[in-house]
Design a protein around this ligand. Sequence first.
Ligand code: MN
Length: 192
Amino acid sequence: MKHELPPLPYAPEALEPVISRETIGFHHGKHHLAYMNNLNGLIPGTPFEDASLEKIVMEAEGAIFNNAAQVWNHTFYWNCLAPGGRKLPEGEFAHALLRDFGSMDAFMEQFSKAAVTLFGSGWAWLSAEVSGKLVITQEPNAGNPMRRGLIPLLTFDVWEHAYYLDKQNRRPDYVADLWKLVDWEAVSRRYR
Ligand code: MN
């Protein structure tokens, strides 16, 4: 089964000025696409040849895992963002956020810290445990919290390719700015 690169859910310039069209062009059009092409090149003749992307992320190891998880993570990341951001946390998710972090500001501070302090390349995640409890985790490289039984709700890509063209080495500025684009409607919807 050939995996296909999902189109961006918005125009490539729609996230400006936080994320430039140029960054999107490289990040979606080259990095994300390369993981997809690598995956398609790696799976023929393996038990994952006809598996869904989710199954590969859950079960594969090594290069197949790395490329599959990078494909999944990037698609998820694009769908965590929306031009101009969208609303605030709502419904049950908003309650859980206050219950588990005390306030929106406290949550954002903890999540930002996880994103900024992750050493090297990787992802910061907000996920839900099966019980509904919210947790922030750092995942190096292609890491995905589903591998630990968590339900992903929000992620920030902190690989340098996500921000280097726009912010150079200033990861804290990228993280601080990225909050402006978070699609809280989508994040809230995932918490059910
Ligand atoms: Mn990336």
